[in-house]
Design a protein around this ligand. Sequence first.
Ligand SMILES: *[C@@H]1O[C@H](CO)[C@@H](O)[C@H](O)[C@H]1NC(C)=O
Ligand SMILES: *[C@@H]1O[C@H](CO)[C@@H](O)[C@H](O)[C@H]1NC(C)=O
Ligand SMILES: *[C@@H]1O[C@H](CO)[C@@H](O)[C@H](O)[C@H]1NC(C)=O
Ligand SMILES: *[C@@H]1O[C@H](CO)[C@@H](O)[C@H](O)[C@H]1NC(C)=O
Ligand SMILES: *[C@@H]1O[C@H](CO)[C@@H](O)[C@H](O)[C@H]1NC(C)=O
Ligand SMILES: *[C@@H]1O[C@H](CO)[C@@H](O)[C@H](O)[C@H]1NC(C)=O
Ligand SMILES: *[C@@H]1O[C@H](CO)[C@@H](O)[C@H](O)[C@H]1NC(C)=O
Ligand SMILES: *[C@@H]1O[C@H](CO)[C@@H](O)[C@H](O)[C@H]1NC(C)=O
Length: 389
Amino acid sequence: MALATGLLCAASNIAVSTSGFANVEFVPSSNGSAVCIQGNVPVYASTTKNQNITMPVSAITNQTVVTETIVEFLMAGEGLKQKILSGTTTVSGTYNINARLCYPRNTGINAHSVQFLTHGGGFDKAYWDIAPGYSYVDVAAASGYTTFSYDRLCTGLSSHPDAHNVCQGPLQLAIAHSLILMLRNGTFASTPFKHVIGTGHSFGSGITNGLTVEYPADLDAAVLTGFTTNFTGQPTFFASLDLTIANLNNPIRFGGLSNGYFVANNYVGNQFAFLKGGGFPAANLAFTEASKQTLTLGELLTLGPIIGRATNFTGPVAVVDGESDWMLCLGNCTVPTDLAAAVLPNLYPNASKGSESYLVPLSGHAVNLHYGAQVAFEHIMEFVRKSGF
Ligand SMILES: *[C@@H]1O[C@H](CO)[C@@H](O)[C@H](O)[C@H]1NC(C)=O
Ligand SMILES: *[C@@H]1O[C@H](CO)[C@@H](O)[C@H](O)[C@H]1NC(C)=O
Ligand SMILES: *[C@@H]1O[C@H](CO)[C@@H](O)[C@H](O)[C@H]1NC(C)=O
Ligand SMILES: *[C@@H]1O[C@H](CO)[C@@H](O)[C@H](O)[C@H]1NC(C)=O
Ligand SMILES: *[C@@H]1O[C@H](CO)[C@@H](O)[C@H](O)[C@H]1NC(C)=O
Ligand SMILES: *[C@@H]1O[C@H](CO)[C@@H](O)[C@H](O)[C@H]1NC(C)=O
Ligand SMILES: *[C@@H]1O[C@H](CO)[C@@H](O)[C@H](O)[C@H]1NC(C)=O
Ligand SMILES: *[C@@H]1O[C@H](CO)[C@@H](O)[C@H](O)[C@H]1NC(C)=O
């Protein structure tokens, strides 16, 4: 692990320690408001709650098996779960997590608080810094905030272990918990962060909610984007992705992965699942395909179990959804009632005053890719500021 302290970052002329990261690179955010330290972080994590999936990855011999398995996953009656799940299993280990700590170029690291960003399925941490105008990281930095984003286990530059029994929500939740302890105890950039605000998207919001359920002291505030408690659109969402074996779909990017790693077949499904017509620039549709990331059966089967009612979480919560989110609302989040607002009474009976929800106009599930992204980011920064962080 690189422990070079006092390193002068040429990009910002501010001396910042790179402790906690190996294979360090300095990269600017897309519109240059932030300077980022990116590198690998060994993270120990353990869970007793992964599901025991009795179907081995080796059973996925070809695309026909994948398609049939997805059909069974979406079928009425939970038949796939009855067929291939058998209790829980303990998984622990040290995993390589690729992470990026981004701080305001002009001021250096703001140790008062850090925003902990967990991306959703089909993306990696690039989701938080897509392009000028579509960069959560830039808007946070311009507002004085430090951000920490990372590739969830099994995506991007992080470790890619067994796609069925290791790549699951409960272990990813345990990894998020370890990373937050490390942010608080000064592991990264020799900076002990005083407050941690968790912001998630979709699957990453499931993990962020899971933190507030299982480890209510981890986060001072939670921001859940692409998240409701209504999953009516899920079958058509997953059907539209047309999941395929990643190593066959794009051998250049995914050639080293087992058949247990799936990706959306092409940009058509990505548009259907993630984007609202008229609400996004063409370049961002191209981004969904060029930067697409994997999903595994282990993840598909374990998002539900990590989501829960966070009775012990007493911090503020914001729910921010695209008004036209397909997966969460069949394209209209105002019917039968505001489905973002409904998350608060459903899951956060003890959240503090100041909790709120917001529907982003003309936006689908992947809010950060839409014209409304900038307004949504500014809305979130205002929520964080009003909450005192
Ligand atoms: C796919 O694999 C299954 C199970 O190994 C096999 O029965 C089937 O014939 C294969 N299908 C194709 C199209 O290769
Ligand atoms: C998973 O379930 C199978 C079938 O019930 C069982 O044989 C196996 O020991 C279990 N594995 C673990 C790790 O619990
Ligand atoms: C990008 O940065 C420039 C220079 O700071 C600024 O003028 C511009 O508004 C920013 N663009 C976006 C989309 O944030
Ligand atoms: C910080 O927390 C991590 C995760 O719990 C732990 O592994 C590490 O030893 C801690 N470091 C310090 C300096 O306390
Ligand atoms: C909430 O906190 C109480 C008191 O510490 C504890 O007994 C209870 O198990 C916690 N509930 C959950 C769901 O974690
Ligand atoms: C949370 O709210 C429930 C009622 O929904 C109440 O019974 C419980 O005591 C509250 N817990 C805390 C920690 O405030
Ligand atoms: C879930 O959303 C769908 C579509 O928007 C709606 O028809 C249904 O009534 C909602 N269910 C609940 C419990 O809110
Ligand atoms: C959502 O449904 C409501 C109630 O039918 C309707 O008034 C509204 O225009 C719809 N929104 C969109 C974006 O279609």
